[in-house]
Design a protein around this ligand. Structure first.
Ligand code: COA
Length: 323
């Protein structure tokens, strides 16, 4: 049996920062409403850069930071619900762009839990001995599927990508995981529908192309499931909240994270937040946060970090990693 270590983190976000005041010129909203209900002050919005473009920058950054060569990458997984194409996968576009000729590559669709699920998959390939080095990226251009006339959703989301390079190691740095889905609640958060339209089928209803959600249901789902998942995770690892240095939650809403911290009786300072700057970037939010923490020297070797994602599907999942 082999073990997995996180070797490097990197991220890439579009240049254009859109503030709450900017959005108040598009829809009937205010900076006060958005920031008090969500903690978001601005988000990055693509002016043309697609999901694969950001993923390629992240993959190149990871190779540079880790000194692993492209030929030594065996696996590339991109977690996204906003790929450039249905096929080729975003991961295959990354493979070609960076010259990872020996890798197999595929995308994972698990919305805001995507990066956590994808890191879990990569860990299993490394643990089994099948792979030595894996690039795992969470990336979204949510601005493609946001309805810019709907104030209840367009203020929440942003674009960006982040990723990690995972390698076979003597150190076991993927300590425990807890993953779940509840498809019966799937219609509470939808986007990107493509109904059957062909020479023989012409449905009357339009596609539910844009992100739509029942915000209150998702809020209550997240504040119930995330603390339960983290408790299960700690039990599996025989650890207590005091053993954890950081929690890096999916950045959906700062109020959700406050409730989670309270329910777990953990100090809110242990929960890393950068939602004010990036909004909700779905699968990208956790790796963007990890890359920022790494770049700012907040992550130190030996620290234990919980990553916890939740969202569309509905899905939720957490893992304890050691830096
Ligand atoms: N600006 C101003 N007013 C807004 C608004 C906006 N951007 N969006 C909604 N409102 C209004 C609503 O129309 C409603 O008005 P009404 O009372 O006259 O009908 C009022 O604000 C309250 O709306 P409500 O939806 O009840 O607000 P809320 O307190 O539940 O907050 C969310 C809404 C979306 C911020 C909150 O439910 C949430 O964060 N849910 C979780 C969503 C999430 O994280 N999703 C992603 C998961 S990955």
């Amino acid at each position: 049996m082999f073990s997995t270590e996180f070797i490097a983190f990197d991220s890439c976000t579009p240049q254009k920062a859109v503030t709450n005041d900017d959005l108040s010129l598009l829809v009937d909203t205010t900076d006060e409403w958005i920031s008090t209900r969500t903690g978001i002050r601005e988000r990055r919005i693509s002016e043309g850069e697609n999901t694969s473009d950001m993923c390629i920058k992240v993959a190149k950054g990871l190779l540079k930071k880790s000194s692993v060569s492209a030929e030594d990458i065996d696996l590339i997984i991109v977690a996204t619900i906003t790929p450039d194409f249905a096929t080729p996968s975003t991961a295959c576009m990354v493979q070609s762009a960076v010259g990872a000729v020996n890798a197999f590559a595929f995308d994972v669709s698990a919305a805001c839990s995507g990066f956590v699920f994808a890191a879990g998959i990569a860990d299993k390939y490394i643990r089994s001995g099948m792979c030595r080095n894996a690039i795992v990226i969470g990336a979204e251009t949510l601005s493609k599927i946001v309805n810019w006339r709907d104030r209840t959703t367009c203020v929440l989301f942003g674009d960006g990508a982040g990723g990690a390079l995972l390698s076979r190691s003597e150190r076991n740095c993927y300590i425990a995981e807890d993953m779940h889905s509840d498809g019966s609640l799937g219609m509470q958060l939808t986007g990107g529908e493509a109904k059957v339209r062909n020479a023989f089928a012409d449905p009357e209803e339009p596609d539910r192309r844009y992100l739509e959600m029942d915000g209150r249901t998702i809020f209550s789902f997240a504040t119930r499931k995330v603390p339960a998942s983290i408790r299960t995770l700690l039990e599996k690892a025989s650890l207590t909240p005091d053993d954890i240095d950081w929690v890096v939650p999916h950045q959906a809403n700062s109020r959700i994270v406050e409730v989670v911290a309270k329910k777990l009786d953990m100090p809110p300072e242990k929960f890393f937040m950068n939602i004010a700057k990036y909004g909700n970037t779905s699968a990208a939010s956790i790796p963007i946060a990890l890359a920022q923490m790494s770049d700012e020297g907040l992550l130190k070797k030996g620290q234990k970090v919980i990553i916890s994602g939740f969202g569309g599907g509905l899905t939720w999942g957490s893992a304890i990693i050691e830096i």
